[in-house]
Design a protein around this ligand. Structure first.
Ligand code: UD1
Length: 379
């Protein structure tokens, strides 16, 4: 059996790494071997967003890099489809395995189905119900086309059943990202906070926040960072209210950096002694910062999940989430606050006094990749 594994953007790398390890383990047995090719669409391409993840997560060099790069959604999806079709025609895999909800996930699942190649979607069934999110469109189309839908939790399986997906195609395998997290905890634990900060800062940093005494920030959703009014409001909150109570450590995503510069907000942030701006971090540095933060303020989906497992109070700057299992009402550590600053402020003050409490949802046990592979083999 031959698999084509697809990655395109940063969160995909974290999900494909354990699957490759599971394939390599399988191939040590006397069972029929599994051949694979790794295809990187190249949506994320720079050293911070891509190379550092391949290195830190020991992902082998891709067999194909489609070099798609930045662009509009139509450009990224269209160019990926054109390039990926050529790979499929020459490589003839039995399966295309896509993960997550980025443009690569959508583009490669459509291309595979048109070539009559089976599609397996890892992290199927997540739904935010928000059709203004590009990721929601990617999830819906990918799941509709997939032959095997591997879900991280029961809520996602239920979403698929409610949409009329054939129940035989839906298998709950747990959360593959937590395989990576569990594997990395020991190495991350040995890192030193001050070294991470010095190594990843462009500016001289005189402040070294200690464990349990800083807030970790990440923001990259177009809904928070693409409009001047929204981003200005958020930055004002950080400067006027949050940073006066606790140091803020903020690894800045390239989309956000560009907009902070464009909206002339970057200098004010830089000048604030209690705000530490960092470049995008590698996986281990981020894990260490998360595991010792007083709280995380984010609009990332993956971080919501990591916070739940690590027990970090998580203030999610979104109006909805495709990952309800991470919310406090479902036993997780995250609260949704949208960009309503009165809600952000309340949750921020609550998190200052909150204790860390780890929650492990069903099958988020570090063995999801092995179950994914078993389901593909069994199909
Ligand atoms: C993409 C995903 C999003 C995911 C996020 C994680 C889609 C629709 N979105 O959003 O779901 O949460 O990745 O980061 O697929 N850039 C660089 N270097 C890079 C890549 C991008 O500087 O290596 C810059 C480009 O100028 C680009 C901007 O960052 O315009 C945003 O990149 P883009 O590919 O549009 O998607 P993300 O916002 O990162």
């Amino acid at each position: 059996m031959k698999l084509a594994l697809v990655v395109g953007a940063r969160p995909n790398f974290v999900k494909i790494s354990p699957l490759i390890k599971a394939i390599n383990e399988h191939n040590k047995s006397t069972l029929p071997q599994i051949e694979y090719i790794l295809v990187h669409t190249g949506q994320h391409y720079d050293s911070f967003m891509s190379d550092s993840f391949f290195q830190s997560l020991q992902i082998p060099k891709p067999h194909f890099n489609l070099g798609i790069g930045s662009g509009t959604h139509a450009e990224q999806v269209g160019n990926t489809m054109i390039a990926f079709e050529k790979v499929l025609k020459s490589e003839q895999p039995d399966w295309v395995v896509v993960v997550g909800d980025v443009n690569a996930t959508l583009a490669c699942s459509i291309t595979a189905k048109k070539e009559q190649i089976k599609v397996c979607h890892i992290e199927a069934g997540l739904r935010s119900g928000d059709m203004t999110m590009p990721e929601e469109i990617n999830r819906l189309v990918t799941d509709r086309l997939s032959d095997l839908l591997l879900t991280p939790d029961q809520l996602s399986s239920k979403n698929l059943r409610q949409e009329g997906t054939d129940v035989d195609k839906i298998k709950m395998v747990g959360n593959i990202m937590i395989d990576t997290l569990n594997d990395a905890l020991e190495t991350a634990g040995m890192l030193k906070l001050d070294e991470i900060i010095q190594r990843n800062s462009a500016d001289e940093v005189n402040k070294n926040p200690e464990a349990d005494s800083y807030a970790l920030i990440t923001l990259h959703r177009p809904s928070n960072v693409d409009q001047v009014e929204d981003l200005t409001k958020i930055v004002q909150f950080f400067i006027d209210q949050a940073a006066s109570q606790i140091p803020l450590v903020w690894p800045v995503h390239p989309r956000t950096l560009k907009n902070l510069e464009r909206f002339e907000l970057l200098e004010t942030l830089r000048k604030n002694n209690n705000i530490i701006l960092l470049q995008p971090l590698n996986y281990f540095d981020m894990l260490k910062l998360n595991s010792q933060a007083k709280m995380v303020i984010t609009d990332s989906g993956g971080l919501q999940e990591e916070c739940t497992v690590l027990g970090t109070p998580c203030i999610t700057m979104r109006f909805n989430t495709e990952r309800p299992i991470t919310l406090q009402e479902h036993g997780g550590t995250s609260v949704l606050v949208g960009n309503d600053l009165s809600k952000v402020k309340l949750s921020f003050n609550a998190a200052l006094n909150q204790k860390r409490e780890s929650r492990i949802p069903e099958l988020w046990d570090g063995h999801a990749a092995v179950r994914c592979l078993a389901e593909i083999i069994k199909y």
